[in-house]
Design a protein around this ligand. Structure first.
Ligand code: C2E
Ligand code: CA
Ligand code: CA
Length: 351
């Protein structure tokens, strides 16, 4: 499904662009098969000799880099190779390789943040948050490597699989506090959810570790939920059927059409910390928080507030009827070994 077109002569950039546009038109011309119409699209990456390479191999490799860039931009695009593009691809490949290496030599760590029930202060569960212990950079937060892992060549799948394995291993060691069997929430990114069979991967990991699926909650964002709605709905239903719970993360920050809340088998809404943190000082943020809690409860969902940092916020959220909360007020995400001590502190906060 990949073709190389060689254009001889010293063409100007505009000429090449015109040729590419003709190619798009030709490829896109509808084909009729048994009375049905089909149309193809292509992504084109272009290089020019000698500017972008002096040998066939370099020219084709750089055309490939430009083609990946064109694919990222959407269907039916043409991109001309630039050295910036090449440098970016090089950086991505390097970041990807470093991350794979980190997974392979166990340089990732999972920290757990307690989720506290606002009804009685019990431990509702934990959210697992990944960190990378890099010899040069120290403890690297996920925002600094998850997006790169997603964009690049798929290291996110390895990170995701590691997180899943590690959570399954840790589940039986997590302190229960005074709750029966605390759940763990893990974050899934779009790439993990939409490429590869996440359902089968989760099922196998749980089976292998002998862990009950009811102990696991999967957090996805609205944008993940809304991409490829039919296949997403199907995957979520299969996960539900296995006994897992589904949470919508950062609720209210994405583009949301609320109708998906009805169609998808969701258990939990997580109120984004931007609303929670402004709720005390800003009536609009308070209104949004209250409304999210209302929508959640109307639909029979559990509502969890994120990023709670002060006792005023806890008081307000309790007044609003929010089910549970997590945040620095109770505890940051910490290694498993620190949890028992932290749970004691949370119990004291509550008393
Ligand atoms: P998130 O799912 O919204 O996670 C909550 C983030 O808020 C965490 O940042 C957490 O440490 C931080 N946080 C918790 N309490 C407070 C608070 O009271 N105040 C403030 N200001 N922040 C608080 P972290 O660990 O840096 O994670 C950032 C994001 O990285 C996560 O956002 C999540 O989207 C992603 N992420 C983390 N772990 C994973 C993972 O295993 N897989 C994937 N795909 N993504 C992950
Ligand atoms: Ca989350
Ligand atoms: Ca969140």
């Amino acid at each position: 499904d990949e073709f190389t077109v060689l254009v001889p002569g010293e063409e100007e950039a505009e000429d090449l662009a015109r040729i590419a546009s003709k190619l798009h038109d030709a490829i896109h011309r509808p084909i009729s098969i048994e009375g049905r119409e089909f149309a193809l699209t292509a992504s084109i990456g272009a290089t020019a000799f000698p500017r972008d390479g002096r040998d066939t191999e370099t020219l084709i490799r750089n055309a490939d880099v430009a083609m990946y860039r064109a694919k990222e931009l959407g269907r039916g695009q043409t991109e001309f190779y630039t050295s910036v593009m090449g440098a970016r691809m090089h950086d991505q490949l390097e970041a990807d390789a470093r991350l794979r290496q980190a997974v392979a030599c166990e340089a990732l760590e999972l920290h757990y943040q307690p989720v506290v029930s606002l009804r009685d202060g019990r431990i509702d569960g934990y959210e697992a948050l990944v960190r990378w212990r890099d010899p040069q950079r120290g403890l690297v937060p996920p925002d600094e490597f998850i997006p790169a892992a997603e964009a690049a060549m798929g290291a996110i799948h390895e990170v995701g699989a590691w997180v899943l394995r590690t959570v399954c291993r840790d589940l039986l060691k997590l302190p229960a506090g005074n709750s029966a069997s605390p759940r763990v929430a893990i974050n899934l990114s779009a790439r993990q959810f939409h490429t590869g069979d996440i359902v089968e991967q989760v099922r196998l990991a749980l089976e292998k570790a002998g862990v009950s699926p009811s102990r696991l909650e999967l957090e996805i964002t609205e944008s993940v939920a809304l991409r490829g709605q039919d296949s997403t709905e199907k995957a979520l239903r299969r996960l539900k059927a296995l006994g897992l719970r589904i949470a919508i993360d950062d609720f209210g920050t994405g583009y949301s059409s609320l109708s998906y809340l009805r169609r998808f088998p969701i258990d939990t809404l997580k109120v984004d910390r931007s609303f929670v943190q402004d709720a005390i000082a800003n009536p609009d943020a308070a209104g949004i928080t209250r409304a999210i809690i209302g929508i959640g409860h109307q639909l029979g969902l559990r509502v969890v507030a994120e990023g709670v940092e002060t006792s005023e916020q806890v008081r307000l959220l309790r007044l609003m009827g929010c089910d549970a909360a997590q945040g620095y007020f109770f505890c940051a995400a910490v290694p498993l070994s620190e949890l028992p001590g932290r749970l004691l502190e949370i119990a004291e906060l509550w008393a």
